[in-house]
Design a binder for this molecule. Structure first.
Ligand code: CMC
Length: 395
């Protein structure tokens, strides 16, 4: 039946070729379409980065304006989609809602969705990028029992999201400009990360010619896990446990090192980065900027303090050094979200919203490739050899 390699967890298998994102894990380098992440975080906007990821080049002024207008034209959702929210219990995890409602988009946009048609693929991307903030903010409003707020196209992408999260119909909403800026940069940092678990899932499900909204819902499902996007939520729970316990940090580091103990330092380690995650460096800086505005006795400051001390203790330990375990993007991002009053269970939703452009750009790249085939991994069968059926009376 031919020769194939055994590679659980795809540690050494390139599943595709791609022109989108470059990662050098040994040297902590991340680039989108050749542009270093540090430069994009400093100079670009999330929507400009979306354009870059999808189309391959930075837009000129007219192209960016047209793109932003197009996004604004698509930022509402079908009114019938609102009734989906009512089907969820109010204590439903917002990621469960995201998965369901994103998947439901496939029921609304199955017409004019020929995956071999470039314009159709482009429209799927515009719809997703435009609607994700609305869908995400509404998953929070549903849990809170607050009225849904419609998108305001006069606001920037990130400001509009904060408005739909925190606005109230009776009072004009004014977003904190440093929160808007920080959110936009966080969105850029999370926009793509080549063939991670959720992106590979989107590619694999899309490889069967599935509807792209359904494929992206599969990506949302995969991102939810604490080993992937769910880590940002898990980090804050861990830091809170550390603070509440009153125990020294060394106790937690010792537990993380104990092979008998399932406890891990959340927000530490990465499959590809064997150096400091370049995104974590930037997130750490923003964290300081945001927390500077808070009063000295803010619990968020205590959280950042604990995180920094934990990093110090872990990085001075041989276990972490020898395994190249450094803080990843999720280690500090949660502290920023907390300072913005984003509730804990929304953190992974924020990640999903930002990563949608990566998922759909990678899906589009796969669909553009005429040679692409359905993804079909093989296995190493370790089960029983052939045997005869035994009648139930004889078992
Ligand atoms: N705390 C303690 N030990 C760890 C950790 C950690 N966070 N991460 C890895 N190790 C150890 C692990 O026990 C193993 O040790 P040994 O060689 O003695 O068995 C060694 O380091 C290699 O770990 P691995 O699990 O084989 O590595 P992996 O590449 O399969 O897993 C990871 C990568 C990110 C899932 C893992 O580092 C982890 O679980 N980290 C915590 C969760 C987390 O922060 N995830 C977010 C990733 S970045 C955001 C994203 O892309 O979604």
């Amino acid at each position: 039946t031919g020769f194939f390699t055994f590679d659980p967890g795809y540690v050494s298998t390139a599943s595709c070729s791609s022109n989108i994102t470059y990662m050098d894990g040994e040297n902590g380098i991340l680039e989108y379409r050749g542009y270093p992440i540090e430069q994009l975080a400093k100079h670009s906007s999330y929507l400009e980065t979306c354009y870059l990821l999808f189309y391959g080049e930075l837009p000129d002024t007219k192209q960016l304006e047209d793109f932003e207008t197009n996004i604004n034209n698509h930022n509402m959702v079908h009114e019938a989609l609102k009734s989906f929210y009512n089907g969820f219990r109010r204590d439903a995890h917002p990621m469960a809602i995201m998965m369901g409602v994103t998947g439901a988009l496939s029921a609304f946009y199955h017409y004019n969705m020929d995956i071999h048609n470039k314009a159709h693929r482009e429209r799927a991307m515009l719809r997703l990028i435009a609607k994700m903030p609305t869908i995400a903010a509404w998953s929070f409003r549903h849990a809170k029992g607050l009225p849904f707020i419609y998108p305001d196209s006069s606001l920037s992408y990130s400001e509009n999201f904060l408005y739909m999260m925190f606005g109230v119909p009776t009072t004009p909403y004014v977003a904190n400009p440093s929160h808007v800026k920080a959110l936009d940069v966080l969105m850029i940092l999370h926009a793509d990360h080549e063939q991670n678990a959720s992106t590979s899932t989107v590619r694999l499900s899309g490889s069967s010619d599935a509807n792209p909204f359904a494929a992206v819902a599969a990506g949302v499902a995969t991102l939810w896990g604490p080993a992937h996007g769910g880590a940002n939520e898990a980090v804050i729970r861990m830091l809170q446990d550390i603070i509440d316990s009153g125990k020294p940090l060394e106790d937690f580091v010792a537990r993380a090192k104990d092979p008998e103990d399932k406890f891990r330092l959340m927000g530490f380690g990465h499959r590809v980065y064997k150096a400091y995650d370049p995104r974590a460096r930037i997130v750490h800086e923003i964290c300081h900027d945001i927390l500077r505005e808070l009063p000295e006795d803010s619990p968020h400051k205590a959280m950042l303090d604990t995180a920094m001390k934990l990093e110090e203790v872990a990085l001075s330990d041989d276990y972490f050094k020898s395994r190249n375990l450094y803080p990843n993007v999720d280690f500090y991002s949660g502290v920023i979200f907390l300072a913005m009053d984003i509730p804990l269970n929304m953190f992974t939703v924020m990640f999903a919203m930002a990563r949608t452009i990566g998922w759909i750009s990678q899906w589009n790249e796969m669909r553009e490739d005429e040679q692409s085939r359905i993804g079909r991994p093989r296995q190493l069968y370790m089960g029983e050899a052939t045997r005869d059926y035994v009648d139930i009376s004889k078992r």
